[in-house]
Design a protein around this ligand. Structure first.
Ligand SMILES: [Zn+2]
Length: 156
């Protein structure tokens, strides 16, 4: 399932990418007509009541990321593609395993690295990974969102 987020849901878009969903994010300068046009073939997640009237849209009420994820997973009956399908939270590109990039600081002890095929950013299992895994596990306990086990999150 492909998703699109309006400019007010940037954090949600990054989380959905981490959880394995192809998610585009519009910026605040994108006119509503363009949002409608470019979100064809996707489910639009929006905090704009007018945009939410289009056929394939979900109006997101929550202000916090946990509530937003619960709403979206509940409304769309989503199952996480995590960790295999994890996408780049910055650009929505696909991640592939890679050898340790030269740009990784020596202090990083991880032996698992990924690189975004689209923007080239490198990721590894670091402190962000621990935080996101913990949050995702809490969501799982509350609302049945699939339990997380591993993902590349730390950005170079
Ligand atoms: Zn990227």
């Amino acid at each position: 399932m492909k998703l699109a987020c309006d400019a007010m849901l940037g954090k949600l878009a990054r989380w959905l990418r981490i959880l394995g969903f192809d998610t585009i994010l519009f910026d605040s300068k994108t006119p509503d007509a363009m949002v409608t046009k470019k979100s064809k073939g996707r489910i639009l997640l929006t905090r704009d009541k007018r945009l939410a009237r289009q056929p394939k849209a979900v109006y997101v009420l929550s202000h916090d990321i946990e509530g937003q994820l619960q709403e979206v997973f509940g409304a769309l009956k989503l199952k996480s593609g995590f960790p295999r399908g994890t996408r780049c939270p910055l650009c929505n590109g696909k991640l592939t395993r890679t050898a340790r990039p030269i740009s990784i600081p020596e202090r990083v002890r991880s032996c698992l690295f990924w690189r975004c095929q689209k923007c080239g950013h490198a990721y590894w299992r670091g402190s962000h990974w621990v935080k996101i895994t913990r949050t995702a596990e809490q969501l799982h306990a509350k609302k049945g969102i699939p339990k997380c086990t591993a993902t590349p999150i730390q950005q170079v």
